[in-house]
Design a protein. Structure first.
Length: 172
């Protein structure tokens, strides 16, 4: 059986399970259906705008600019710019991965891309403000001061490891 056919069968079975759950009043299946609808709606609110912005980034930002600031010669500045870019990312990793692909396509180093992805998971401004309001500013500051250097060091190690092995991102 082809992989695509199997995938379609699994999706159909999942949707059938949710539909039957609503008809049969099976509460776990209903909760799964509500969660699916909620997350799909949330993604539909964010993703179109994010993809438009990524498309504009592709068109407006020159490859030479990315290579200069996030490429081979960027050094630590590239990591810091990657973190700064990540703090403004909305939509979490749903948006970060396509943006990371775009950065790679324009010539950013793997190290900087890993820093961007990791930082977008832990350093987004709205998330940090939310965290500080519940856990306190001191906690958030300590978490960021510990996390950011670890992100940069880990990204450097992983990027260099993969570059030594001539890793290449495959086109989708």
């Amino acid at each position: 059986m082809k992989r695509r056919t199997l995938y379609m069968l699994l999706v159909a079975a999942y949707l059938a399970f949710i539909g039957i759950s609503f008809v049969a009043c099976y509460d776990p299946g209903r909760q799964m259906g509500r969660s699916l609808a909620y997350f799909a709606f949330e993604m539909l609110k964010i993703l179109p705008c994010a993809f438009i912005l990524i498309g504009l980034f592709e068109v407006w930002i020159k490859r030479q600019t990315i290579e200069k600031h996030l490429g081979r010669q960027s050094g630590l500045k590239g990591h810091l710019l990657g973190i700064l870019l990540a703090t403004t990312t909305v939509g979490g990793l749903y948006v970060s991965f396509p943006m990371a692909y775009s950065l790679h396509h324009k010539g950013a180093r793997l190290e900087v891309i890993f820093t961007y992805i990791s930082a977008s998971a832990i350093c987004r401004v709205p998330m940090t403000i939310f965290e500080a309001s519940f856990m306190g500013g001191k906690f958030s500051l300590v978490r960021l001061l510990v996390s950011i250097p670890l992100v940069v060091v880990t990204s450097m190690v992983l990027g260099r490891f993969l570059e030594k092995r001539h890793y290449a991102v495959m086109a989708g």
